[in-house]
Design a protein around this ligand. Structure first.
Ligand code: GLY
Ligand code: MN
Length: 462
């Protein structure tokens, strides 16, 4: 936890932008894997962590504006818990760690809320994503399961997004720490990967490094020779000389701040000429985006400029053709990059995605696109000092997508399908850095950038 005052200051700041009513924060519970006592790694809800800092299952909190109260609801451990889990602080002691001086057993939350409902008071809640919390809200507030998202409080969501988007200095330090762990994970893989290894032999070591220095990785590691599948979590392939291996992995610190980096390596330690040509385009795109990333510009504009760099590179290879600005405007490049350039990052690797992408990545001035590819951009709005985002362009040859578009003769003016066939089994290349928006520009997070040029990667691997 940070100092107790940090959480109080954050709540005070939040309260300034809240209206009237009761604002409910549901923490997370333990989640069984295959029987009740065998649980997944516990992860507290990030909003709960941000405003209360308590990394404990089974808690809830409220901020009651009219009654000027902040209350934690949770159960004290009993002797049985102490026997199995060891001594635990009381809920009162835990609440004091975030400067809250009123606490009750969890069951009292129901009474508090029912009482408020009887008085016609509004209960604001955030979009739940855990089934037990959805069931709780249904049973206590009577909200139908299918209406949970639309009944969540937009005012509450917007107030939190406003605050959590701008990272505090102490949060940036934590993210830097996560990036350093990420550096150790990615470079360990670079040292290790050899033909004949199974993907999981490498992803397992990377996961272990994250655990050793902080917590579990910030999301399930993507490590695959089939990088054309964007979120490929299957780690059972044998790596062969000449394969590309895409590794998209991030760490979490002990306080759950995330990193998220991607590198693509040549198995055997040397890129082929064909691999080098595609790799250089992705490298030009990630590097070409950096000078564009600064306060005042929308990330939608950076995304579109990055796609133009990428599509121009593909045109130079004869894979795309025609007016590239127009091709990107219409979405022809999305055959090769069907995802967005990046997302917010902080306590969540896709920061605040539980609150709704429309509120996190967009605003009244920047609306999401409905064009395939650009519609997957999670963060489009204007950048501000203190935001942390990812910059992650990629080029993929997805045989199933090629076949459909080719059959439909889609964007024939912009895509040279005959040439594309030469790359049918190429796979995919993605490169990803984490970026802090500074006062007038931006910088890559992490003390040392993970090797990224062809020369750096080949040197490192050999
Ligand atoms: N690194 C995985 C993702 O950004 O979705
Ligand atoms: Mn990412």
């Amino acid at each position: 936890m940070f100092n107790p005052e940090v959480y109080k200051e954050r709540r005070d700041k939040l309260k300034k932008s809240l209206g009237s009513g009761i604002y409910l924060f549901l923490g997370n519970n333990e989640t069984p894997m295959n029987y009740p006592a065998n649980c997944y790694h516990f992860r507290q809800d990030s909003n709960f962590l941000y405003f209360f800092g308590l990394d404990i299952a089974g808690m809830a909190a409220i901020i009651d504006i009219e009654d000027n109260k902040e209350i934690i609801f949770a159960n004290d451990v009993d002797m049985d818990d102490i026997i199995w889990m060891g001594p635990q602080p009381s809920v009162k002691e835990l609440a004091e760690k975030c400067l809250i001086f009123e606490s009750y057993p969890f069951a009292k939350l129901n009474d508090y809320l029912q009482n408020a409902i009887k008085k016609g008071r509004k209960i604001h809640f955030l979009p739940p994503y855990k089934h037990d919390n959805i069931i709780y809200l249904n049973s206590v507030l009577g909200i139908p399961f299918t209406k949970m998202k639309e009944e969540a409080s937009v005012e509450f969501i917007k107030a939190i997004v406003e605050i959590r988007s701008v990272k505090e200095e102490r949060e940036i330090e934590e993210i830097e720490r996560a990036c350093h762990i990420g550096f150790l994970m990615h470079t360990a893989s670079m040292r290790m990967v050899k033909p004949g290894m199974v993907e999981r032999e490498i992803s397992g070591i990377m996961e272990g490094i994250s655990l050793t220095y902080g917590s579990v990785p910030s999301f399930p590691i993507i490590l695959t020779k089939n990088g054309q599948t964007l979120h490929n979590n299957y780690h059972g392939n044998v790596l062969e000389k000449g394969d590309l291996m895409l590794q998209d992995a991030g760490a979490q610190t002990a306080m759950y701040y995330a990193s998220d980096n991607t590198r693509t390596l040549p198995v055997g330690g040397k890129f082929s000429q064909k691999q080098k040509e595609i790799y250089e385009i992705v490298l030009q795109t990630i590097n070409g985006s950096i000078p564009l990333i600064k306060p005042g510009i929308t990330y939608m504009d950076v995304h579109l400029s990055a796609c133009e760099i990428l599509a121009n590179g593909l045109k130079n290879l004869g894979i795309m053709k025609g007016d590239i600005k127009e091709a990107v405007r219409l979405g022809a490049h999305a055959m090769f990059m069907p995802h967005g350039l990046g997302h917010m990052m902080g306590l969540d690797v896709h920061d605040m995605e539980d609150l709704g992408q429309i509120y996190v990545g967009y605003d009244e001035n920047t609306r999401p696109s409905n064009i395939f590819g650009t519609s997957s951009l999670r963060m489009g709005r204007e950048l501000k000092e203190g935001y942390v985002i990812t910059n992650e362009p990629g080029i993929y040859f997805i045989p199933e997508l090629i076949d459909i578009w080719k059959k439909e003769k889609k964007f024939e003016n912009f895509i040279n399908y005959q040439k594309v066939e030469e790359y049918r089994y190429f796979g995919g290349i993605r490169l990803e850095d984490d970026i802090l928006i500074t006062k007038n520009s931006s910088r890559i997070l992490g003390k040392t950038r993970i090797p990224i040029t062809i020369e750096e990667i080949e040197d490192f691997m050999n």
